[in-house]
Design a protein around this ligand. Structure first.
Ligand code: ADP
Ligand code: ZN
Length: 362
């Protein structure tokens, strides 16, 4: 089991990466100063695969109060109704200020359970056990929790750091291929924004990654978490540096919105958005065509979309301005200077944006 520290002063915590870690999760809880009242939040799919095993592991300990609450899978569970249900469950289970909420699942479970942990009794202990690649490399690191409102995604939430994150790569064995690809969008992003060697590694290990090679997966997850942790440590509340994590996201959010969040997963939209952002960088003379092609080829070789259908340039262009990150009508662009090097710009001309959109929309 590898250990990675996220440095956040008194909110610092460790990310553990390895195989078959449920025993370690239980041990961590039992060795901590938490009260032994544990609420696990998971979804129906993950419960079927791991629910009994986790319950059995915790049942080996005496004097614990262990509850698993199962939510329906999917983004539609990130709603206030589910938050309220979980509060009810927490109250009925007599959770106290020193209890722990454990999120066992993908980003949906992590965001929802994290929000409950952040707000119940003004904050109880929280542990993340992410089971999707996307959650392992992105949403479980950084302390963002949120639920959706009918008028927009992730509009209600809190920054709330977990006490630990346990990334069990063996859980990925049952994850559908499309969900693996959804996570790879963010993995490629880390190579572009921070680490040219990591980008090279991804180019050389496509087979290992898609074939589920555990050592290769552990490496890409660890490097992704290291990069995200380093960025988050220096900018916990997203005032500056953390913006580089939005590479590819300006266009991605517009594509997701324009296609009603049904056609493309977040990671798929990020992959297309990165190609769009790289095209803008090229048009502005920051990066040459060869590098844009390398990025595009990697995305293609991972079997991800490089273009998007079901929307048009005007529609996506207008949607860019509806993103909640737009302040004062100015778009923030994270643009590529080289592999491992990006910069933020807020004055890209409309014509260049639309030309780049033309290249990725078909
Ligand atoms: P994300 O992490 O991309 O936000 P979700 O939390 O929506 O994703 O999870 C995506 C889907 O994958 C859900 O249907 C969830 O039940 C399922 N899932 C999550 N983890 C696993 C796993 N390890 N094995 C099989 N299915 C999983
Ligand atoms: Zn993202």
């Amino acid at each position: 089991m590898e250990k990675l520290k996220v440095e956040l002063g008194e909110n610092s915590y460790n990310i553990f990466i390895g195989e078959n870690l449920f025993d370690d999760v239980a041990k961590f809880v039992m060795d901590s100063d938490f009260s032994k009242k544990i609420l696990v939040v998971t979804d129906e799919n993950i419960f079927k695969i791991h629910g009994n095993n986790l319950r059995e592991i915790f049942s080996r300990y005496e004097d614990i109060n262990f509850e698993i609450e199962v939510i329906p899978p999917g983004e539609t569970s990130k709603i206030f109704y589910e938050v309220e249900n979980l509060y009810t469950c927490a109250i009925e289970s007599n959770l106290d200020r020193k209890s722990v909420v454990i999120a066992l699942g993908g980003g949906v479970v992590g965001d929802l359970a994290g929000f409950v942990a952040a707000t119940f009794l003004r904050g109880v202990n929280f542990i993340q056990v992410p089971t999707t690649l996307l959650a392992q490399v992105d949403s479980s690191v950084g302390g963002k929790t949120a639920i959706n409102h009918r008028l927009g995604k992730n509009l209600i939430g809190a920054f709330y750091q977990p006490k630990a994150v346990f990334i069990d790569v063996t859980t990925l064995k049952t994850l559908p291929e499309r969900e693996i690809k959804a996570g790879l969008g963010e993995v490629v992003k880390y190579g572009v924004i921070c680490d040219t060697n990591f980008f090279n590694y991804l180019e050389k290990n496509i087979e290992g990654i898609l074939g589920g090679n555990v050592e290769v997966l552990k490496h890409i997850i660890k490097r992704s978490c290291e990069i995200k942790a380093a960025v988050v440590s220096r900018d916990e509340k997203e005032s500056g540096l953390r913006k580089i994590l939005n590479f590819g996201h300006t266009i991605a959010h517009a594509i997701e919105e324009e296609t009603g969040y049904t056609r493309y997963s977040h990671g798929e939209a990020v992959a297309i958005g990165m190609i769009g952002a790289a095209s803008i960088s090229q048009a502005l003379g920051y990066v040459d065509a060869e590098k844009v092609d390398r990025l595009k080829n990697l995305i293609e070789n991972f079997g991800m979309y490089t273009h998007c259908k079901y929307c048009n340039v005007e529609g996506v262009y207008n949607a860019l301005f509806r993103d909640k990150k737009v302040i004062g009508g100015k778009l923030n662009w994270v643009l590529m200077k080289d592999f491992g090097k990006v910069e933020i710009y807020d004055n890209v001309p409309e014509k260049i944006i639309k030309e780049a959109l033309t290249k990725i929309i078909c």
